[in-house]
Design a protein around this ligand. Structure first.
Ligand code: ATP
Ligand code: MG
Length: 470
C-alpha cells in the first residue's frame, strides 16, 4: 500500500513547530508543510491526502482553517495541534469536525497516536464503501450484510441447499438472523412464488397451538363453529418457518414429525388427511444438546430436521462485520429520521468492536438507532452509547501492542492533557487559583480538585515568570 500522506497547515511555517522530530516519529509517513491556508487548499485540490494537521496559532485561527478544509474535503480526517491548549478551544475544534485535538507539549506522542487512529478510521471507511457497494447489489445477499468468513460460509450453505426442498434447522443465539436465513432459503427456492409462513411456536398459547398449526373441522371442540385451515396447509407450495421449534409441546412435535414424513396433515376433528407440499425451516436460539438431554425436544423430530443445519455465528465472531453493520444501521437511522448521514465517530467503532453483543445484530441495531436519536453532535460519539456497553467493552477490550487497550491509552492521553493544561494555566497566573479558574471557566473547587489529582501545588507556581513555561 502507498504511504499515508499528511498535509500540515502551519501559518508560522517549519520554524514554528518541532516538525523534524515529529516527522521522524511519524516515519514512514509522507509529510508536507503548507505555510498558508490558501496554499494548503491548492495542494489539497491537486493531490490526494490521507489526513491534515492544523497548527493552531496566529493567522485565520484554527477554527476557520478547520472549516475551510472541511468544506474542501468533507471526508478528510483532521487533527488540530495547539501550543496553548484550552478546554474551550478543544471543544470548539471537535465541534468543528476535528477528529482530535492535541496539546503541543504532547504533540510528538499524541499526534502520532491521533493520526494512526484517524488514518485507520479513514481506511476502514474507504474499505467499507467498497464492501457496501458489493453487498448492496440488487441481489446482494437477501437482506444480509456481512463479509466475514463465518458469514460467507452461511451464504454458501444457503446457496447449496435452497433449491432442493430439504428441511433445514437454523440455530444461533438470539438476534443473529435466523429468520433472515429462513427468508433467504425461501426466496432462493423454486417455492419463492408461494407463501412464506412464519410461526412463533413460543408465542401461541398451548391450548390453541394444535388448531393454529393443523386447522380444525367445524365442531371439533367448543368454539370451533367453522372449519379452519391451519398454518401448515396455509404454507402449501411455500415455506413454513417454525421459530423456536423447541417450544412446541411434545404431542405436537410428534404430529409435526408425521407431517414432515408423510407430507400430510390431519385437521383437528377430521377423519381424513390432506396432502401438503411444504418445506419446513425450523429455528431455535436454545442449546439443542441441552434441550435433547432435558427431553424438551423429541429426538426423532430433531434427527428428521437436523439433516441440514445452519448455525449462525454470534456477532462477536464476525470481525469487522460489526463496523459494516453499524455504519449501515446508522445511515438507515439517519434516513429514517430525515437527517444528514453524520454517522458514528471512529471511537464508537472501537467500542462496538470490543463489546460482546449478547443480543447480536438486533442489539447492535438498537444501540446505533438510540445513539443517533440521542446525539447532539453531527456524529454520534461514545457519550451517546449506553454506559453499561462502554464499561463492558472496556473490560473486554484486548490490550493493544505494548501500551494497554484503547481505553487505557485514552485515559492516559486525557491525564497528560489535563496536567499540561493545568501547569500552563497556573504558570500564566503565577499560582493565582482564582484568576486561573476564571480563565479556565471552571469553578474554583473543581480546579483545586483537578490540581490535587495531579499533585500540583499553587505555591510552586508563585513568582515564576510566564515566559519560562512557554
Ligand atoms: N447479517 C445481517 N445483516 C443485516 N441485518 C441483519 C443481519 N442479521 C440480522 N439482521 C437484522 O437483525 C434483526 C434480528 O434478526 P432475526 O430476527 O433474523 O434474528 P433471530 O436470530 O431470528 O433472533 P431471535 O432468536 O431473537 O428471534 C432483524 O431486524 C434482521 O433484519
Ligand atoms: Mg427470530
Amino acid at each position: 500500500m502507498q504511504q499515508p500522506r499528511i498535509l500540515i497547515v502551519d501559518p508560522a511555517g517549519p520554524a514554528g513547530l518541532p516538525y523534524d522530530r515529529l516527522t521522524a516519529r511519524l516515519q514512514p509517513l509522507e509529510v508536507r508543510v503548507e505555510p498558508t491556508l490558501d496554499t494548503a487548499l491548492e495542494t489539497l485540490a491537486r493531490d490526494a491526502w490521507d489526513a491534515a494537521v492544523i497548527a493552531a496559532r496566529s493567522g485565520p485561527g484554527a477554527e476557520a482553517v478547520l472549516a475551510a478544509l472541511r468544506q474542501a474535503d468533507p471526508q478528510l480526517p483532521l487533527v488540530v495541534i495547539d501550543p496553548r491548549p484550552t478546554v474551550a478551544a478543544a471543544r470548539a475544534c471537535m465541534r468543528g469536525g476535528a477528529g482530535d485535538y492535541v496539546g503541543l507539549a504532547d504533540a510528538e506522542t499524541d499526534l502520532e497516536d491521533a493520526l494512526v487512529r484517524l488514518l485507520a478510521g479513514a481506511r476502514r471507511r474507504a474499505g467499507e464503501e467498497v464492501l457496501r457497494r458489493a453487498v448492496e447489489r440488487p441481489y446482494g445477499y437477501e437482506g444480509f450484510l456481512g463479509e466475514s468468513p463465518a458469514m460467507r460460509e452461511v451464504y454458501s450453505v444457503i446457496d447449496r441447499v435452497a433449491a432442493s426442498s430439504v428441511d433445514v434447522l437454523v440455530t444461533g443465539e438470539t438476534g443473529t438472523g435466523k429468520e433472515l436465513v429462513a427468508r433467504a432459503l425461501h426466496a432462493r427456492s423454486r417455492r419463492a412464488g408461494g407463501p412464506f409462513v412464519p410461526v412463533d411456536c413460543g408465542a401461541i398459547p398451548e391450548s390453541l397451538m394444535e388448531s393454529e398449526l393443523f386447522g380444525h373441522e367445524r365442531g371439533a371442540f367448543t368454539g370451533a363453529d367453522a372449519r379452519r385451515m391451519g398454518l401448515v396447509e396455509f404454507a402449501d407450495g411455500g415455506t413454513l418457518f417454525l421459530d423456536e421449534v423447541g417450544e412446541l409441546p411434545l404431542p405436537l412435535q410428534a404430529k409435526l414429525l408425521r407431517v414432515l414424513q408423510e407430507r400430510r396433515v390431519r385437521r383437528v376433528g377430521a377423519r381424513q388427511e390432506n396432502a401438503v407440499d411444504v418445506r419446513v425451516v425450523a429455528a431455535t436460539s436454545r442449546n439443542v444438546d441441552e434441550m435433547l438431554a432435558a427431553g424438551g425436544f423429541r429426538r426423532d423430530l430433531f434427527y428428521r430436521i437436523n439433516v441440514v443445519r445452519i448455525d449462525l455465528p454470534p456477532l462477536r465472531d464476525r470481525g469487522d462485520d460489526v463496523c459494516l453493520l453499524a455504519e449501515h444501521f446508522a445511515n438507515k437511522a439517519a434516513r429514517d429520521m430525515g437527517r444528514p448521514a453524520g454517522g458514528l465517530s471512529p471511537d464508537v467503532y472501537q467500542v462496538l468492536k470490543a463489546y460482546g453483543w449478547p443480543g447480536n445484530v438486533r442489539e447492535l441495531q438498537n444501540v446505533v438507532r438510540r445513539a443517533l436519536a440521542m446525539t447532539r453532535t453531527p456524529m454520534a460519539g461514545i457519550d451517546d452509547l449506553p454506559d453499561e456497553l462502554v464499561v463492558a467493552a472496556g473490560r473486554a477490550a484486548p490490550p493493544a501492542v505494548g501500551d494497554g487497550g484503547f481505553f487505557a491509552r485514552r485515559a492516559d492521553h486525557m491525564a497528560r492533557f489535563e496536567r499540561q493544561y493545568l501547569a500552563d494555566l497556573l504558570t500564566r497566573h503565577r499560582g493565582d487559583v482564582t484568576a486561573a479558574a476564571r480563565e479556565a471557566a471552571l469553578p474554583r473547587g473543581t480546579l483545586y480538585r483537578l490540581m490535587k489529582g495531579h499533585a500540583l501545588d499553587a505555591g510552586t507556581f508563585r513568582g515564576k515568570p510566564t515566559e519560562e513555561h512557554v
